[in-house]
Design a protein around this ligand. Structure first.
Ligand code: GTP
Length: 364
């Protein structure tokens, strides 16, 4: 027996001391997070409630309100499998949601891979989203010093600004900082951890389906409107930030399903590391009225899903992409070649299938 619905998994990441544990402590009291299991790879200085000071023998501790807290003793996948086992054997009654808190230095990608690439786990869990905690006081400095922190921002579905009680939200510095985060990841809403109003609703349920209406809310999920062409000027973009590119790919005619598959395969096999996020809605030639939803984190892609119809009159294929050390023009040309819009001086689909690196300007 397995759960009827896959259990949503949120990954909470953020640099050392950015306030992840403090945030969790606060939001776990919200009744909407009842029956949540929290998995932490490591005990920080501040435990989740004081309960965590004592470790139980099996690494699982029951918090108030039915929440569970687990520490990863071995592999994360074993902990997730163990939770399903507890559910199936009745040792825990319900499991509504899992939150995985990563250690501050961790690259969230391996955690995402552990959930999304595991065939058995994928039957029981689905990725809800990545929440990245960013310290409003020290965040600027952290981004300047640590490239991993930039990547954590770039892969986020939601950015939560912590310690906003310590800054002036109307200050110019704060405006510049939030603009910087917006450049790194235009699609992720920025939420203040001190915004008590519906913070849980704002941080969770990042997926395509709006739990309130039970319909696909593409605009809320894709937020492609937030992606504007970026005009980088050497003096105002941090050298490290410049490695990150956030852009959209658009096409106004249905695309051959084989070509889309080949485009994604080529991109993930040759540029998986550089491809941080890609999500979008695509019109396929075999059934253009029922668009396909694409969602990938680095080289791992969710199985594409068909929507029953387009959310509105706009039938444009739209993909939002965030890369690191991968030029927008390379992805654009590859997409153009596969969507049937070959460009001057760019090889066509056949040539690319033979040699995906044959696009001029591509550097390994
Ligand atoms: N004033 C203020 N302090 C905060 C806030 N959030 C966290 N802190 C403080 O910042 C420090 C680090 O917070 P933690 O919640 O332990 O941060 P963390 O990201 O879990 O840290 P690691 O697990 O070490 O990566 C603690 O001293 C917290 O009390 C906040 O919103 N406002």
């Amino acid at each position: 027996m397995r759960p009827l619905q896959p259990i949503p998994v949120s990954v909470l990441t953020g640099f050392l001391g950015s306030g992840k544990t403090t945030l969790l402590n606060r939001i776990l009291k919200d009744p909407n997070l009842r029956d949540t299991a929290v998995i932490i790879n490591e005990f920080g200085d501040v435990g989740i409630d004081h309960l965590l000071v004592e470790q139980s023998s099996d690494g699982v501790i029951e918090l108030s309100d039915g929440c569970l807290c687990c520490t990863v003793r071995g592999e994360l996948v074993d902990t997730l499998a163990d939770l399903v086992d507890r559910l199936q054997t009745g040792r825990i009654k319900t499991l509504a949601r899992v939150v995985i808190e990563t250690t501050g230095l961790a690259d969230p990608a391996p955690v995402l891979h552990a959930v999304m690439a595991h065939p058995v786990l994928m039957q029981n869990y689905r990725l809800d989203g990545v929440i990245t905690a960013v310290d409003a006081v020290n965040g600027e400095h952290t981004l300047d010093q640590h490239e991993e922190a930039i990547k954590q921002v770039a892969v986020a579905d939601r950015i939560v600004l912590t310690k906003t009680d310590l800054i002036d939200p109307a200050s110019k510095e704060f405006a510049l900082f939030t603009a910087r985060l917006m450049r790194l990841n235009p699609g992720a809403p920025q939420i203040s951890s001190h915004d008590e109003d519906e913070i849980v609703a704002k941080l969770f349920d990042c997926g395509l389906y709006d739990p309130a209406t039970k319909t696909a809310d593409v605009a809320r999920w894709l937020r492609d409107e937030a992606y504007h062409p970026r005009h980088d000027h050497a003096h105002d973009v941090n050298r490290h930030d410049a490695r990150i590119k956030a852009f959209t790919l658009k096409h106004d005619k249905p695309i051959d399903p084989g070509a889309l598959e080949m485009f994604i395969d080529l991109l993930r096999s040759s540029q998986g590391e550089q491809l941080l996020r890609m999500k979008g809605i695509v019109a396929l030639a075999d059934d253009p009225e029922r668009p396909v939803v694409i969602h990938g984190v680095q080289s791992i892609f969710h199985p594409p899903a068909r929507l029953p119809g387009w959310p509105d009159a706009d039938r444009t294929t739209r993909l939002v992409v965030i890369t690191r050390d991968l030029d927008e023009s390379y992805v654009n040309r590859l997409f153009a070649a596969f969507s049937g819009r070959p460009q001057v001086d760019t090889p066509d689909r056949q040539a690319l299938e033979d040699n995906p690196l044959s696009i001029p300007g591509h550097k390994l």
